[in-house]
Ligand binder design. Structure first.
Ligand code: FMN
Length: 221
């Protein structure tokens, strides 16, 4: 019999229990892996690479306190106005958009490769009519500094407070991008979030190493 690993996120929000079944034997261990503070640039390469692969998970919370999660494939980490900033681009049609307008804070979470199916789900259905945390088996956990939660199963976390927002200006955009990205309008709003906390699993480097190995490949012919 192979090794079966199941995680029951409903039991322990901060330290999920893992059940291992090996050759008919079952035992449990508490996942004690702590999340440690990092420099916001520490996993830059890995975060950008994961964003270009499956996407990252953007978590927001409305004035009603309800959290929502959606997948993002576009964004940037950098230094603006002398501050660490994570920029996310959100179309007005997203449920996430109204949440960001109500509560000017968000978290960005870097998923490990094995969460690919859940990340896809969060990018294809809306929080208006789905509880994506439940459907994608993701565990919301209280953030350190902001109201929207982080996602326990992710590996790197950025907590952000919005400093500035700005809509894509059709008149200032090259035609090729207008044609590719905005045939239906729905122009993104850019949210510039100051990174007020950044932390990661202790084994983040290992868990994201497969992602980093393929980072920024040369264009194929
Ligand atoms: C890989 C991937 C990347 C995506 N990137 C973005 C993005 O950067 N900005 C955006 O507005 N929508 C993006 N989407 C679409 C939203 O994730 C999707 O519309 C989602 O269902 C919106 O959820 P919500 O209505 O709960 O906010 C992406 C979807 C996928 C699958």
């Amino acid at each position: 019999m192979g090794i079966l690993v199941s995680v029951d996120p409903s039991r322990h929000a901060r330290a999920p229990s893992q059940t291992f079944r090996v050759s008919g034997m079952i035992w449990e261990r508490e996942q004690t892996m702590a999340k440690v503070t990092i420099r916001y640039t520490e996993y830059f390469t890995e975060a950008i690479q994961r964003m270009r692969e499956d996407g990252l998970l953007l978590v927001t919370a409305g004035a009603d306190g309800k959290a929502n999660v959606m997948t993002i494939g576009w964004g940037a980490i950098g230094s603006i106005w002398g501050r660490p900033v994570f920029i996310v681009l959100v179309r007005p049609s997203r449920h996430t958009y109204s949440r960001l307008e109500e509560v000017g804070e968000f978290t960005v979470n870097v998923p490990p490769l094995e969460l690919a199916a859940g990340v896809n789900l969060c990018g294809t259905v809306s929080g208006r009519d789905h509880d994506k945390f439940q459907e994608a088996r993701l565990t919301p956990v209280a953030s350190r500094q902001v109201r929207p939660p982080i996602i326990q199963e992710c590996v790197v976390h950025y907590e952000c407070r919005i400093l500035h927002k700005n809509d894509v200006a059709p008149g200032a955009l090259v035609q090729a991008i207008l044609d590719d990205a905005y045939a239906q309008g729905d122009f993104h709003r850019l949210y510039f979030g100051e990174v007020v906390a950044a932390y990661a699993d202790q084994d983040a480097a290992h868990r994201l190493s497969a992602a980093a190995a393929g980072a920024f490949p040369m264009a194929r012919p």
